[in-house]
Design a protein around this ligand. Sequence first.
Ligand SMILES: [Zn+2]
Length: 333
Amino acid sequence: MLPFKLVYSDAYYLPIGTHVFPAEKYRRIRDRLIATGIAETSDFIEPQPATDQDILLVHKPEYVQKLTTGTLSPREEMEMEIPYSRELVDAFWLAAGGSILAARQALSDKVSISIGGGFHHAFPDHGEGFCMVHDVAVAIRRLQRDDKIRTAMTVDCDVHQGNGTASIFAGTRTASALLPSSSASTVEQPKNAPRGKMRGAHAGDVFTISLHQHNNYPLWKPPSSIDVDLPDGCGDDDYLAWLDNALSSGLRQFEPDLICYVAGADPYREDQLGGLDLTINGLKKRDELVFRVARARDIPVMVTFAGGYAQNVEDTVTIHSNTVIVAKEIFQR
Ligand SMILES: [Zn+2]
């Protein structure tokens, strides 16, 4: 039995037809974890969909109404890059409910993983890049509303910048005497700095970190608290050095009650929508680093899976399953 819960539902499946996003990955990850004996059926818990009130903690009423009544404009649907349907709305509401449940579980068990979610390109007033609603932001706002947490830190390791996350939490940023100024010089560069660039900005009650490929979607990258713009072809060692640095820099500036780790599988070298050069083992070390830091500082961590478009879907399933294996190794002791 795992020392934490996996949040999953068969209804996480996104009804988007033939698409570069492998919507069947969630079920395949679950099946793999059970078939390999990593998890038992009793390790999985089933989420309830978020309520409209939960979604409205992050999203604009006009946008939520368009989603629930099926009145998005053709342009808005195109920007989302997934075909609108009422069933798809249900799947996204469930993903948000799954992230709320995973965040709550993390507070009691130190860690929890939702075998889904991580829709970091959703904005308050529109969806884009395969993301309709921002499940992680909804979870953070719901737990804050319930007085379960005061602050949170997002650690986004998907190959694409977390533009929705940055935009949603930018509004809460206020100048604070406790935080250094927003100049990039306050962010320390790693020793023997590998190629890449790190930028810093003020944080409010949610500190956002994004490590991503610079030359990739989204074109416009609204500033996160820390953005690490990685060059094309960045490999394991440089990536891990940047991640280590971004985490220590972030945790020097900010004390989160919860870490929301967006564990995208798309920094993988064989990803169809990514241009970094991480190996499956490098991605495992990435997970290990995040979990070790969280564990050492006793900060609960909730995980969502976000993107993953490997040529071979089995690789994507392996990368996500490894996140569970690594969490098991680190949190068992
Ligand atoms: Zn991605």
